[in-house]
Design a protein around this ligand. Structure first.
Ligand SMILES: [Cu+2]
Length: 160
């Protein structure tokens, strides 16, 4: 006669703990940037000025950059800075809500938590969330879509 399979009573509990630890290890961090009425961004206690971009310099793949606009008119747009030339607004680094991945092969950030429409490259109140994609390598510059160069910032990988 065949014996019934022996089940270790702790197996399920141990599996649960293991999954919990794994989730904690790989959980994405959220990096919150806030737009203020005095035309500054703040991140981790640091503030931007027209001469000094706010540095968001501890990103990792899979992390979320949350750009909060509690009130007033602000927005988020990526930019290209070339010394000696005017700064230009560029949209190819961000795969915005409603866009097909194939339309932005060079995207390094992906808008998530999509609402009715994208919050990338517009004025909004609320929060824009961007996921750091594995393609994110070089620093990405941005400024406020409304106040332009008065509110600059830079996104960078940790240790880069
Ligand atoms: Cu602004």
């Amino acid at each position: 006669m065949k014996k019934p399979p022996v089940r270790h009573p702790l197996t399920h509990a141990m599996l649960g703990i293991a999954l919990c630890l794994a989730a904690r290890t790989f959980a994405a961090d959220t990096h919150t940037i806030i737009a203020h009425p005095n035309l500054t961004w703040t991140y981790n206690g640091k503030a931007s000025s027209a001469a000094q971009p706010v540095m968001v310099d501890d990103l990792a793949t899979g992390d979320i950059v949350e750009v909060q606009v509690p009130g007033g008119f602000h927005g988020f747009i990526t930019i290209k800075k070339v010394p000696g030339s005017p700064t230009t607004e560029i949209k190819d680094p961000v795969l915005a809500c409603g866009e097909a991945p194939s339309s932005k092969p060079n995207a390094v950030l992906r808008e998530v938590d999509c609402g009715a429409s994208t919050k990338f490259g517009v004025a909004y109140t609320g929060s824009l969330k961007l996921e750091v994609l594995p393609t994110f390598k070089a620093p990405v510059d941005f400024y406020c879509w409304v106040h332009k160069a008065a509110m600059p910032g830079t996104l960078k990988l940790k240790g880069n």
